[in-house]
Design a protein around this ligand. Sequence first.
Ligand SMILES: NC(=O)c1ccc[n+]([C@@H]2O[C@H](COP(=O)([O-])OP(=O)(O)OC[C@H]3O[C@@H](n4cnc5c(N)ncnc54)[C@H](O)[C@@H]3O)[C@@H](O)[C@H]2O)c1
Ligand SMILES: O=c1ccn([C@@H]2O[C@H](COP(=O)(O)OP(=O)(O)O[C@H]3O[C@H](CO)[C@H](O)[C@H](O)[C@H]3O)[C@@H](O)[C@H]2O)c(=O)[nH]1
Length: 325
Amino acid sequence: MKVLVAGGAGYIGSVTTQLLCDEGHEVCVFDNGERGHRAAVDERAAFVQGDLRRADEIRGAMMEFSPDAVMHFAAYIEVGESMKQPVPFFRNNVSGGLNLLEAVLEAGVSKIIFSSTCAVYGTPERVPMDESLPRRPESVYGESKLMFERMLEWAETIHGIEPVFLRYFNAAGATEKFGEAHEPETHLIPLVLQVPLGRRDKIFIFGDDYDTPDGTCIRDYIHIRDLARAHLLALNPGTRGAFNLGNGSGYSVREVIETARAVTGHPVPAEVRPRRPGDCVRLVADASRARRELGWTPEHPGLQSIVADAWNWHRAHPEGYGDCD
Ligand SMILES: NC(=O)c1ccc[n+]([C@@H]2O[C@H](COP(=O)([O-])OP(=O)(O)OC[C@H]3O[C@@H](n4cnc5c(N)ncnc54)[C@H](O)[C@@H]3O)[C@@H](O)[C@H]2O)c1
Ligand SMILES: O=c1ccn([C@@H]2O[C@H](COP(=O)(O)OP(=O)(O)O[C@H]3O[C@H](CO)[C@H](O)[C@H](O)[C@H]3O)[C@@H](O)[C@H]2O)c(=O)[nH]1
């Protein structure tokens, strides 16, 4: 298939592009390079530098490439930043998304696979979390993702497109070629690994007084290879709707740090700091629907292998992609 990957120079988009190319799909990455890296675009894919907030740029790329399907990763992603700067988030994630949707409809593409998030649920009423939970985001980031889900739902009703919402839990890990290089980095696993890399002295634990066995927050870390595979499965005709993507196992912040110690052989000093505003105590996926309807089974569910893959990539790329953006 011909697949246009918006945001394909970023962390999850780069690995998905790699897997699409491995499977023989023809890929065009559309990315403005603001938060991604040219070096993260698989050399087998075409690359168009463009910004979703410029309707003509995405329309031009869509018309020129004429894809069978679109994958939409391009967004601002950091919850804390969204609570300080809501307007740029809505501008990018909602208005940029709308430009993409308009171009999709104009080009007659029916399949769009959207990178959504467990943040659309807000604090869950129950854990593990399935797709029937109410969507009540508690951040601008989550709200912006929900707004785009709703736009796609209306486009499905009115225009008959086939939207797929893949609601990721915590993306982690790497392939040999591509890994996580956000600037600034806020995610736990790459930050922990910066300690053995000699780039920071210690890791801060944001709160150890939560109602969990060791007092620290629990997350469901999912390997990006598994996330990328879900995108390929979602290309199947007829697949539509929302799918939670996680392993269904929760690990605490302390368990992640312990795992990093075991993987790297470094003592990784840790210091407890106050809670980070907006953190939920426990987010764990019930991904039964993805297993049942996509035929998706995570192949790298163990935290140890997720952290080991991230560590191998960071060791090989201590400066990330080295483009210092
Ligand atoms: N990383 C996670 O744990 C996680 C969890 C849940 C959902 N998600 C979602 O997955 C998607 C990918 O996340 P990621 O970690 O790979 O993020 P990322 O920042 O690494 O990648 C996003 C890419 O989109 C590009 N981009 C952003 N705005 C753009 C625009 N207006 N026009 C063109 N390109 C633009 C950036 O340059 C970057 O290459 C995001 O939509 C994010 O909300 C991520
Ligand atoms: O230096 C750090 C960094 C993180 N944490 C803790 O580690 C856990 C995981 O934090 P991350 O920042 O790695 O991930 P989040 O769960 O906050 O964020 C994830 O889920 C969000 C939605 O809730 C967004 O989708 C986001 O992009 C995605 O990575 C949290 O309890 C956080 O407080 C620390 O203790 N120290």
